[in-house]
Design a protein around this ligand. Structure first.
Ligand SMILES: *Cc1c(COP(=O)(O)O)cnc(C)c1O
Length: 354
């Protein structure tokens, strides 16, 4: 699809905007007035429409309900200084959704359709983008198989849907994480690089078990040896060791985070040493013991930077340097926040204006 297609718009007669507190919205609880839907049938996307946010009607035999034929994205829109609506790197999300679709045997949502749908939806619900510092409008595009069929095969019909909702300042308390050596998030040849529902459902039990032991999150290790660190919860994992930014290479088992990519780019811009290579648990523990590990954090859209205060390995809790001393990650967070809201120059063309 190269040309834009027509999107039919049916506006709500019952806006929730007035009764919503946009100064302090709770993540994932409040959704904007409208949603975008396109249906895939007979080999093509059609019936593009924006309709009032509301329930879907789905057959109990719907294949997604049984076999998790679902992929999603997550990105944010911010209110800039002159009241403009700015979205951070949406083209990268569109491209990643196509990669997820390919792995899950689902039809690709063309980048043009993704961008057009998101743009039209945000234009209509632009009043839902909050303006307080550190607030944003969370955008959740997703694709699901729609065949009412409990046999296992790729579906013939799909829906691509976008919902949005205002989210508040993400006060990410520094987290206490446990290096997980029994359970596995992703294996080589598996689906770890795709944002597909089953990955997250399968990660619940390990996370709940860790929470019972007092940990906020897990550090996932490789499925074969459990000797190399991979991701932290649903974020990419980064370290500063000896003033070098170190992170595991994105690949089959490690999701290509857009925040990760943005931080690596900013680090290179400022002349920092950057290493994308396997990182062993041994190396991390040795660096903590020697005092050369300066910073550890998760990188992802939700928090941008989530500081790690404590890392547990084989039952031993290691305390990491105080958050105030972390000049690199605090700097990345500050710079990214300013780029996203248009306060400083966007050298890499990351910001998309609605
Ligand atoms: C979404 C996600 C990330 C972070 O990606 P961003 O594009 O930075 O939001 C990292 N790891 C996993 C497993 C994810 O699902």
């Amino acid at each position: 699809m190269t040309e834009t297609m027509e999107i039919k718009i049916k506006k709500t007669t019952n806006s929730k905007l007035e009764s919503t507190d946009l100064t302090n919205p709770v993540f994932g609880k409040v959704y904007s007035d409208h949603m975008f839907i396109a249906d895939y049938a007979n080999g093509e996307w059609g019936d593009l429409r924006i309709v009032p946010y509301g329930n879907l009607s789905i057959s109990p035999a719907n294949t997604t309900l049984h076999y998790s034929s679902t992929i999603f994205e997550g990105l944010k829109a911010y209110r800039g200084k002159n009241d403009e609506i700015l979205v951070f790197r949406p083209e990268a999300n569109a491209k990643r959704l196509i990669k997820s679709a390919e792995r899950m045997c689902m039809p690709a949502v063309p980048e043009e359709l993704f961008m057009q749908a998101m743009t039209e939806l945000l234009k209509l619900d632009s009043s839902w983008v909050p303006g307080e510092p550190n607030t944003s409008l969370y955008i959740r595009p997703f694709e699901i198989a729609m065949d009412p069929y409990v046999g296992i095969r790729p579906s013939d019909t799909y829906s691509f849907i976008i919902i949005t909702g205002p989210v508040g300042a993400y006060y990410s308390k520094p987290v206490k994480v446990k290096i997980e050596k029994h359970y596995t998030r992703a294996a080589e040849g598996g689906t770890g690089f795709a944002k597909t529902g089953g990955n997250y459902a399968a990660a619940l039990k390990p996370a709940v078990d860790a929470a019972k032991q007092g940990y906020d999150q897990l550090i996932w290790t490789d499925s074969k040896t459990h000797e190399y660190v991979e991701e932290s919860g649903t974020m990419n994992l980064m370290f500063v060791i000896d003033d070098t930014l170190v992170t595991a290479p994105a690949g089959d088992t490690i999701l290509h985070g857009i925040t990760r990519d943005s931080i690596l780019t900013l680090a290179k811009d400022m002349g920092m040493e950057v290493e994308e290579r396997p990182v062993s648990v041994k190396e991390v523990v040795a660096a903590i013991e020697k005092g050369t590990l300066q910073e550890a954090f998760g990188a992802g859209t939700a928090a941008t930077v989530a500081q790690i205060q404590t890392i547990s390995n084989d039952g031993i809790d290691y305390e990491l340097p105080a958050i105030e001393t972390r000049k690199y990650s605090n700097g990345f967070l500050d710079t990214l926040n300013k780029i996203k809201t248009g306060e400083i120059e966007d050298k890499h063309g990351w910001v998309y204006k609605i």
